[in-house]
Design a protein around this ligand. Sequence first.
Ligand code: UDP
Length: 475
Amino acid sequence: QLHAQAPHAVFLPCPTQGHVIPAIEFAETLASQGFIITFVCAEHITARISKSHGSGLSPSIRLIGLPDEEQDIDQDADIFITMVKIIENMVPAFEQTVNGLFKNSKESSVPPPLCIISDFFLSWSQDIAHKFNIPRYVFFPASSSCLAVMLYLPRFIEEGIAPVAADVRDIVVPGLPPLDSYDLPSDWRQSVPQEWREYAFPSLLKIHESSGILVNTFNELEREAIDAVRTEAINPNKLPIYPLGPILPSKFFRSESIDQETLSETEKECLQWLDAQTPSSVLYISFGSLAILSMRQIQELAKALDACQQQAFLWILRLPPSATAATALPEGFLSRTHSRGLIISTWAGQLLILSHPSTGGFLTHCGWNSTLESICSGVPLLPLPQFAEQFNNSRMVTEHWKVGLKLQRGPDDVAESGEIEIGVRKLMQGHEGRAVRSRARELKEEAASAVAEFGSSHAALQAFIQAAAASHTTT
Ligand code: UDP
């Protein structure tokens, strides 16, 4: 039974795994604080959440799936174009849903929504919030440095820096260290289809019209960048910024034992294999939910693993639809590394792997969730960024927070086997590796303190809840 006086928020995440995973966890956090959440997303996503979370989902979270157009999810189409199609398809159905929530509230036990929380890429929800006279808060599941860059877009457009030409240096964003073109999101590059920019840029500019921004970061990690996004130069409308991360399942911080019932067969296999390894000995390799390495990069990586003869590794290998492990990997690789490597090709909960005591390093694309999950598990990183804001995350990891080691790449952007071998040996066995591991463990403690009672992120969460509740009394 839902409480008729409870604050009710409509949550609209961007329909990709990397945005939905923290969104559903944040919805759980709000539910635990007494909110009713109507969680609205493309149907293929809500179906996946029902399957993965099942009855574990809070009863205060109601999932609503917006109809998918089959033809939009075209595996062969450009990923940016596909994304625009899926997102634009959601607009009318989302408006109808919000309308229904207001209409039905008269007869139902669910009160009308008092705000919309929506992903920064779905800024059309700003106009819908306006229509219904409720505030829209932006959900920003990336770093504060990335937020600073995105809020600064009007200046970048004015100065001709965005769309981004290759190799621009010393780009100034007040409050951040000097950037170069690699630090700006890769989808701002001129080479990305214009159709994407025509959607993305207006969407980013509209963040400035929102009522506040919820950022998946924490003060102790990104103090300078958080200060920067609060300055007038970047945030002229003085939007409140709520750094309330890291957003991870609450049971992660409580170090609860794993419920075997909830594990997939693949996850059980990974955990059993990790149980048989020694502490901090395993290199975990994964590039998130979207990136697929080039065949050449896969080969170079495999050659490096071949060369690191004693190194245990767990590799989540995503391949293009046409390839198989047997064709993508060097001949004999699987049999040569069988005793020290586990390769899997299906989804497995990454936090389970990262938080296992045998995991000692992470070769990663440095997606923001992966970066935070690694830091919160005290595991140092070896970044091999692929796109979006991963290059900037990677720079922060290696140069600023010093929780990872830099991997050299050739002129064609491929990291060659020799460089990977050096990087892996340094990370897993060298003194540089020990230093970044110890720094990662310090940051792990700071992350746990930030979300605990009296911590900085806990305070930001309470501030947001108060602001949202205040809109309850004024609307
Ligand atoms: N993930 C996972 N298992 C996989 C691949 C990815 O659990 O096999 C999760 C990972 O833990 C993270 C998210 O998917 O929470 C990926 O987000 P990230 O920001 O790292 O990268 P993206 O997938 O958006 O590029």
